[in-house]
Design a protein around this ligand. Structure first.
Ligand code: PNS
Length: 160
């Protein structure tokens, strides 16, 4: 049974993330979507909210678990008896950052591989920051994020 871990901030999940999860499930027996904190970013949603949105957005999928982690990603991956980290790649601009992280993780533990999955071409321009900016200014998020995410973003920005 091959288990892969797909880590990210998912603040919030976009259709690009869901697309990567669907593709990963075609390759691996089980995918654990792991919500973690990127020390360089201040999240808009709490970990609990991000998990709830991911669970709702992946209800149609089997063999998936949504979890959270703190501390080093490598330690979490090992604690789940996995050796595979999945990351989505959109444009070349993602590459250098992802390349550094994948290599660093491999230096720390040579038994762990990072597998990159290319996002559907419809979503190459999408990221959570752009989505939050669109939502803040009342832009339409139709087809860009799961329904629950659009609802939660609207709720959030109508309060602020
Ligand atoms: O969606 P993001 O913001 O690119 O996700 C980044 C995340 C959470 C996967 C990354 O920051 C992470 O792995 N954090 C855990 C701490 C860690 O292991 N850092 C070293 C990675 S080389």
């Amino acid at each position: 049974m091959r288990t892969a871990v797909y880590p990210g901030s998912f603040d919030p999940a976009t259709n690009g993330h869901i697309d990567v999860i669907e593709r990963a499930l075609k390759i691996f027996d089980r995918v654990i979507v792991a919500v973690g904190d990127n020390p360089g970013k201040k999240p808009l949603f709490t970990t609990k909210e991000r998990i709830a949105m991911l669970k709702e957005s992946t209800r149609h999928l089997k063999n998936i678990e949504v979890d959270s982690f703190s501390g080093l990603l490598i330690d979490y991956v090992k604690s789940k008896n996995s050796k595979i980290i999945i990351r989505g790649l959109r444009a070349v601009s993602d590459f250098e950052f992802e390349f550094q992280r994948a290599l660093l993780n491999r230096v720390v533990d040579s038994g762990i591989e990072t597998v990159f999955i290319m996002t559907n071409e419809h979503y190459v321009y999408l990221n959570s920051s752009i989505i939050k900016e669109m939502a803040m200014f009342g832009g339409s998020l139709n087809d860009l994020v799961p329904e629950i995410v659009e609802k939660k973003l609207k709720e959030h920005f109508s309060k602020t």
